[in-house]
Write a protein that binds this ligand. Sequence first.
Ligand code: ADP
Length: 320
Amino acid sequence: MKKIGILTSGGDAPGMNAAIRAVVRAGIYNGLEVVGIKRGYEGLINGDIEKMNLSSVADIIHKGGTILRSARCLEFQEEKGFKKALNVMEIFGIDGLVVIGGDGSLRGAEALSKAGIPTIGLPGTIDNDLAYTEYTIGFMTAVGTVVNAISNLRDTSASHDRINIIEVMGRHCGDIALYAGIAGGAESIVIPEVPLSIDEICKRLIQSRNRGKRHSIIMLAEGVVESSYEFKNQIDERAGVETRLTILGHLQRGGSPTVFDRVLASRLGETAVKLLIEGKGSRAVGMSKGEICDLDISEALLIKKEINTELYELAKVLSI
Ligand code: ADP
């Protein structure tokens, strides 16, 4: 292993830069040449590749986004595009690859591994929807951003006795809503993994109002309903209230990564380099019981994500 490449792919996440920095620095520290591939698999197909040195990654650990930029690339999933990517790897003499991204990006990494390229996948997504790792890079930062938003909304909803519905990201995974709901003291947490009828939500609202709560926060994960506006209208109608809906959207994807994400990304990045040096490709690196772990990338991607029921029950207990 002499030359390794690194790319970020799919939806960006705060902490990706810290992971890039760790791969570049650990690679150079261990005598490897490191190249950065721009815009994910698109850059791999087009040969948009540049040599990284120690200063290429200076002053980025605190920055959200990704200096290598990111993209979604359909061409890579077609045979012709995939072959082009393999050719570029050969032409540029890249012996191994580190891919930072979500589920789709890691499936791309799996495909490259199967084609004989030693490839390591690092979990980079705010959604925390990769089951093989306790946490993905960017998740905790996104939760922090949502909790700050809840605090702001709480101030104004307390002044006006308002019920706030806050829609957060996570695709089919309710982790952002669950963690932020607990940390922000939400009255209801509505996530795709646990069916909750409109009437149950309304019952909780009415009961908490009768107990003297004058304002409430309902966390709504984006994967639950087609339209949050429709959800809001149904609550308003059924409970006889007037809620306010806030859709946080892409602001959850940005911002300076938290300490947790910076340290996680640094540890994952260094481990990826070590694995490639040891001649181990086809691995997904993550966190298990607070320790860094690595497992076969195909096996990792087969694990089904489940909600932490203990946390969900805790949220219910604390929101009475
Ligand atoms: P994320 O990595 O955030 O889940 P996507 O699902 O959009 O984002 O995937 C990012 C890119 O990874 C895709 O544009 C495509 O190039 C590649 N990719 C996704 N799924 C696969 C797959 N099954 N096989 C090969 N490459 C894939």
